[in-house]
Structure formats: structure tokens, C-alpha cells
Design a protein around this ligand. Structure first.
Ligand code: HEM
Length: 286
């Protein structure tokens, strides 16, 4: 007599891999133009800062108003072998090799706020740096407005960028923090939408830091100042606007470093590929 062995329960078949449209062309185009504009702004901004490497609070600032200085990058003698430093509110940190004193491309000593590899142009050239800075600033403004308008009209801003109330619940937030700390990133269908920390970072940079850098930049423009005197008073004066401009820029630079680290850790080929082609494969083991 033949007996039929009870069959083991079958595991559900893995969903077949399929290709989905992950990023609309406008999101991709504005993302890469934005990256180019921001990197140009950061590097030309560091060159411009080198012309007067001090930050003040209030309306005016000059070498005679040391009481208003809160941040300064400088160099001290002996001039045959100078030492570079960063001074924040009276606390001086030695920074030779990076800030204040660094190497020229040919290995000589350069007394300059930021090293040549961090600035655009690489040598001191305030006029060129300003021209490129203002060009990139208008590119950033127009590009950002296109991204914002598309996000508002399509509803993508709420669906994809701003965190939902469910995502902001403390339990969910904590879960996402733990997952990030364990370097475990969403896979499959879950990778088709941003998680809460990613949304907070994207919303913070696009809706807070970039608008702050634009408004403080406009507040420093003499033309804008004449047309809208309230603009620099909004920040507590022209020099305060310059300080906030620098701090917001530092926040954007911090975001950029973290963003690149996370893209690399979470699968650079798949993520960057999707940001270039728009397409992503999900299902199977993806
Ligand atoms: C300063 C420059 C950058 C800024 C401000 C920035 C900002 C952003 C923002 C706001 C998003 C969300 C876009 C959206 O969905 O509308 C995003 C996504 C993304 N960015 Fe950047 N980005 C920058 C540079 C870069 C660079 C240099 C790379 C890679 C080499 C990169 C790779 C990506 C990828 C792969 C995504 C999609 C992530 C995902 O789908 O999980 N970004 N970026």
C-alpha cells in the first residue's frame, strides 16, 4: 500500500523582480543641478570668505570691531614657518595644514583661510569666485523653485518629502534610528519610499537650510538692502546675516557628507543608478 507523506508547507514564492519608475525626470534633473550648484556655492563661498576670514554679530564688522567677532581663521608668526588657527569665541584651536596655513599645490606654504583643494578657484581670486558664486546662486534658486513647484502641484512634497504623522510617532522614529544605527536599510517595496530620518534630513535641507542660505545671501546684497531694508534686519543686521549664511552653509556641508556616506552604505550602484536613470529593480532579493 502506498502512503503519501504529508508535504512540508511551501514557502510563498519570492515576488518576481520588476522594474519600477523610482524618480520622475524632474526630480532627477533638479537633484543633479542642485548638487552641482551647491558644491560650486560651497567652494566659491570658501574662497570669498578667505578675503575677510572673520564673522561678526550685528550690523557692521571690521578689524577695529574685535568685540563683535565670534569666529576667525588666522595665522601667527614666525612667518618662515607660520601656524594656522581657528578662533571661536576666544577659544583658539591649532589648525596648521588645514585652516589659516596650508600647502600650495607645489608644496609651498600658503597663508589662507581654506586650503586650495577646498576652494574655487583654487587660488585667491575674489572677483572670479564672486561671479561664479552669484551664477550658482541664481541656478540654485530657479532649480529649487522648479522642484518645489512640482512637489506642491503633484502632492509629492507631502507624499515623499514631509514625514507623515504615523512616521513621526515616537515608536516609529526610534525604530528608524535603531535601523540606521545597525546600518539596516529598507529593501524591496519598502525602498520605494523614504523613511522618516531621510525625510527629516531632506525636508531640513530643502525647506530650511537652502531657503536660509538664499535669504541671508540676498540680505548681504547692497541692491537688495536698498530695496528691502527689512531683509538684513530680519537676521539682526548685515554681519549677522553673513554669520547665519556661513552657519547654514556648514549645515548643508554636514548634510552632504552624511548623505554621501548613507548612499554608499545603502547600495551606491542601485541608489545612484536610480537617481540617474529613474529606474529601480524590486522583488526577488532586491
Ligand atoms: C549638495 C549636494 C546634494 C544635495 C543638497 C542633495 C539632496 C538630496 C535630496 C533633497 C534628495 C531627495 C530628492 C527627492 O526625492 O526629491 C536626494 C536624493 C538622493 N541623492 Fe542627493 N543631494 C546632493 C548630492 C548628492 C550626490 C553627490 C549624490 C551621489 C553621488 C547623491 C545621491 C542621491 C541619491 C542616490 C538619492 C536618492 C536616495 C534614495 O532614493 O534613497 N546626492 N538628495
Amino acid at each position: 500500500m502506498s502512503s503519501i507523506a504529508p508535504s512540508a508547507p511551501l514557502a510563498p514564492p519570492a515576488p518576481r523582480p520588476r522594474i519600477v519608475l523610482r524618480h520622475h525626470w524632474l526630480v532627477r534633473l533638479t537633484h543633479w543641478l542642485n548638487a552641482l550648484a551647491i558644491i560650486t556655492l560651497l567652494m566659491t563661498g570658501l574662497n570669498i570668505f578667505g578675503a575677510h576670514p572673520r564673522l561678526y554679530w550685528g550690523n557692521a564688522g571690521s578689524v577695529d570691531q574685535r568685540e563683535r567677532v565670534w569666529l576667525e581663521i588666522g595665522a601667527s608668526p614666525p612667518w618662515r614657518q607660520p601656524s594656522g588657527w581657528l578662533d571661536v569665541n576666544g577659544t583658539r584651536i591649532p589648525t596648521t595644514g588645514l585652516l589659516g596655513v596650508s600647502k600650495t599645490p607645489s608644496g609651498g606654504t600658503n597663508v589662507v583661510a581654506f586650503p586650495h583643494w577646498a576652494t574655487l578657484p583654487a587660488m585667491r581670486d575674489l572677483a572670479t569666485a564672486r561671479t561664479w558664486h552669484f551664477f550658482a546662486a541664481w541656478a540654485l534658486i530657479l532649480n529649487g523653485l522648479a522642484w518645489l513647484l512640482y512637489g506642491l502641484l503633484s502632492g509629492r512634497l507631502w507624499r515623499e518629502i514631509l514625514p507623515s504623522a504615523r512616521q513621526l510617532a515616537p515608536g516609529h522614529l526610534w525604530h528608524d534610528i535603531v535601523e540606521h544605527a545597525r546600518l539596516r536599510f529598507p529593501k524591496g517595496e519598502a525602498a520605494l519610499s523614504y523613511e522618516v530620518l531621510q525625510r527629516l534630513a531632506y525636508a531640513g535641507v530643502t525647506l530650511v537650510l537652502i531657503p536660509t542660505v538664499i535669504l541671508t545671501g540676498l540680505a548681504m546684497s547692497p541692491g537688495m538692502d536698498a530695496a528691502w531694508p527689512w531683509l538684513d534686519q530680519l537676521w539682526g543686521g548685515r554681519q549677522s546675516a553673513r554669520s547665519v549664511h556661513f552657519l547654514a552653509m556648514a549645515g548643508i556641508a554636514g548634510f552632504l557628507i552624511l548623505h554621501l556616506v548613507l548612499v554608499i552604505l545603502s547600495g551606491p550602484i542601485r541608489q545612484i543608478g536610480a537617481m540617474i536613470t529613474g529606474r529601480m529593480t524590486v522583488g526577488g532579493d532586491k
